[in-house]
Design a protein around this ligand. Structure first.
Ligand code: 6PG
Length: 476
């Protein structure tokens, strides 16, 4: 038998979709799953001349051309370590393991180091796009050993989504850089989804729009600068009839959101690195708060709600919400890209933010026309001094923010005055005002720190570090 190009370990939804995508592109793929019944099921439902099933991991590895390439499409965490343990005795010098799951980047770093010591390369490959993306073209973020990447590049580029004919796959950087970038992608995804959910709350509860009208509004937004995968599916969601009642499904879904952890990781890393990604963090917190259904129910009976003020001009209101959403989106992406910029500097990864934005243009969950503008901002260096240090400094985005920030302010104040929870929008305007404002109140915080703990402070009028004997002249 001719040797196979690549083996896929793990044939649940993402693994099988990716295997079939590779097979469609002419690669000979070996598929293995821990429970053989899953492998048999995949072959029964999706027979493909280029997809060869294996019930034995050793036989899969023996069938691969060298350097042998094995892609893990399994649950992140301990299962990855367990499969690596099984693979080590089967693989040799120069072989390559690719981890296509949502692994934590520090785990990827650790695994890469351990495997490199044994001559085996390890690539942490971020893959976005869900089932459909994996099957027909995801966005792919590979990180790790550069030479190992070159060996798998033809496969990854072939199966990736295409944006303006360019594959949405680029080498991200060494170590865990690929999984790091995927983590930030997911953090941005959380913020983007939260902004859309908050816009929905405003439109539904203050604007009084029905599901039908909401579908039309999101559909029309999807024709313009907000055009994106997430806005598109949102428009469709509002139209979806419920199978069990006469209403629309959206009204019967429990108001409590789950998360698998990537957004939370991004927030934790941002705090560790010292980067403000408050919108992403607020999106995680909003999901956490949504889970406390009983406590929320109790509080709604105890805490007074403000007086409700419905809008009079619905069309104008929807337009204001659209501008607020767009402005919030710019700020969320600015936060996410700042986090990547900082990681690039701290870890010496040399991340190319323009290339990263360009592979987010298609295939992934956050794909949007907006990513063309982000790509341009980082590639053309449209900030005043070359590449923008923060997306907000890019001339194009700056002009959009200046044009629309009033709508963001109005949306936030309308939401707050009507008692609607809109944490991502609130954090968007706070971030902008902290950035833009003349003062953030940190002088008082420094004074307090120096007062209670002699932590010292710096002055505005001279160099150096100072300590003051506070309250000496006070009575108490
Ligand atoms: C993607 C997604 C995907 C993620 C889901 C669910 O890029 O294809 O980010 O990787 O697993 O969106 O994530 P949560 O369960 O954390 O919402």
């Amino acid at each position: 038998m001719t040797k196979l190009d690549i083996g896929i370990v793990g044939l649940s939804v993402m693994g099988r979709s990716l295997a079939l995508n590779m097979a469609d592109h002419g690669f000979k793929v070996g598929g293995y799953n821990r429970s053989a019944s899953v492998t048999d099921q995949v072959m029964k439902e999706h027979p493909h001349q280029n997809l060869i099933p294996f019930h034995d991991l050793g036989q899969l590895i023996a069938s691969l051309s060298r350097p042998r390439k094995v892609m893990l499409m399994i649950q992140a965490g301990k299962p990855v370590d367990a499969v690596i343990e099984q693979l080590i005795p089967l693989l040799g010098q120069g072989d390559i393991i690719l981890d296509g799951g949502n692994s934590f980047y520090e785990d990827t770093r650790r695994r890469a180091k351990m495997l490199e010591e044994q001559g085996i390369h390890y690539l942490g490959v971020g893959i976005s796009g869900g089932e459909e993306g994996a099957r027909f073209g995801p966005s792919i973020m590979p990180g790790g050993n550069r030479d190992a990447y070159e060996s798998v590049r033809p496969i990854l580029k072939a199966i990736a989504a295409k944006a303006m004919d360019e594959p949405c796959c680029t080498y991200i950087g060494p170590e865990g850089a690929g999984h790091y970038v995927k983590m930030v992608h997911n953090g941005i995804e959380y913020a983007d989804m939260q902004l859309i959910a908050e816009s929905y709350l405003l439109l539904k509860y203050v604007g009084g729009f029905s599901n039908r009208e909401l579908a039309d509004i999101f559909h029309s937004w999807n024709q313009g600068e907000l055009h994106s995968y997430l806005i598109g599916i949102t428009a469709d969601i509002f139209r979806e009839a419920d199978d069990l009642t006469d209403g629309e499904l959206i009204d019967y879904i429990l108001d409590s959101a789950k998360q698998k952890g990537t957004g939370r990781w991004a927030s934790i890393e941002a705090l560790k690195q010292g980067v403000d990604i408050s919108m992403i963090t607020s999106a995680c917190s909003a999901r956490i708060m949504s889970n406390h259904l009983e406590a929320r129910k109790k509080a709604s009976g105890l805490v007074n709600a403000p007086a409700f003020n419905p809008v009079t001009d619905k069309e104008q209101f929807a337009s204001m919400v659209r501008e607020a959403l767009y402005t919030g989106k710019i700020i969320a992406y600015a936060q996410g890209f700042s986090l990547m910029q900082d990681a690039s500097e701290q870890y010496g990864w040399n991340l190319d933010l323009g290339r990263i934005a360009s592979i987010f243009r298609a295939g992934c969950i956050i794909q949007a026309v907006f990513l063309n503008d982000i790509t341009k901002a980082f590639e053309s260096g449209s900030g005043d001094d070359g590449k923008p240090e923060n997306l907000i400094f890019d001339r194009f985005f700056l002009s959009r923010i200046n044009e629309h920030q009033d709508s963001l302010r109005k949306a936030v104040s309308t939401g707050v005055m009507n008692g609607l929870p809109i944490p991502a929008l609130c954090n968007a305007i706070s971030y902008l005002d902290e950035f833009r404002g003349k003062a953030v109140g940190a002088n008082l915080i420094q004074a307090q720190r120096d007062c209670f703990g002699a932590h010292t402070y710096e002055r505005t009028d001279r160099e150096g570090t100072f300590h003051h004997e506070w309250r000496k002249s006070n009575d108490n």
